[in-house]
Design a protein. Structure first.
Length: 165
C-alpha cells in the first residue's frame, strides 16, 4: 500500500496549465485593433464658415467582437463605444456618450470664431466584456481609448454682397 501512495500524483506542477487571469484579458483588450472612430464633418469637403454651426458625428457605434486564444482557451472580447471625445482643432473639446447625427439633427456642433486651418479629430473610448468558451459574459474593468487622425478643415469668412432685384 505504501508503494501505491508513493506513485500517486497529488500535485504535479508539470501537468498544471497556467490559469487565465483577468489581467490577461485586460491586456488582450488593450491590444485589440479597435476602430478609432470615423469622423464625419458637415458641411463636407473640408470647408466651413466662421460663426457657423459645423456638425460632427461618427458612424462608429456598434460593438466589435473578437475571439482570441489566451493560454489555449478561446476568449471572446466585446468592445463597445461608450464615450466620444471631439477635438475641434482650435483647442476646444467636448465629450459625449452620443455619436452625434447627420444634418439636420445637429446634436454635436462647434462654431469656429476665426478663419483658419484646423484639424478636428475624434477619440473613441471603449468599454469591454468577455467570456471564456461558452461561459457567462463578464465585465472588463477599465476602458480603452483610441485616438483618430485629424481631418483638414478650413474656416472661411463669408462676405455679404448687396444685390439688386
Amino acid at each position: 500500500m505504501a508503494g501505491e501512495f508513493l506513485n500517486a500524483s497529488f500535485c504535479n506542477t508539470e501537468d498544471q496549465q497556467p490559469v487565465l487571469t483577468l489581467a490577461d484579458v485586460q491586456k488582450a483588450f488593450a491590444e485589440l485593433k479597435l476602430d478609432p472612430g470615423t469622423l464625419v464633418v458637415q458641411p463636407p469637403d473640408g470647408l466651413t464658415l466662421v460663426n457657423f454651426k459645423t456638425n460632427f458625428y461618427t458612424t462608429t457605434t456598434t460593438p466589435t467582437t473578437v475571439t482570441v486564444t489566451l493560454l489555449d482557451q478561446p476568449v471572446t472580447i466585446e468592445a463597445t463605444p461608450a464615450t466620444y471625445t471631439w477635438h475641434f482643432g482650435d483647442g476646444q473639446t467636448t465629450s459625449t456618450t452620443e455619436p452625434g447625427a447627420a444634418y439636420p439633427a445637429l446634436t454635436i456642433t462647434h462654431e469656429y470664431l476665426r478663419k483658419g486651418d484646423y484639424r478636428p479629430s475624434l477619440s473613441t473610448t471603449y468599454t469591454g466584456r468577455y467570456k471564456v468558451a461558452d461561459g457567462p459574459w463578464q465585465t472588463i474593468p477599465g476602458t480603452v481609448t483610441i485616438d483618430g487622425p485629424g481631418q483638414p478643415l478650413r474656416a472661411i469668412e463669408a462676405k455679404p454682397k448687396l444685390v439688386g432685384y
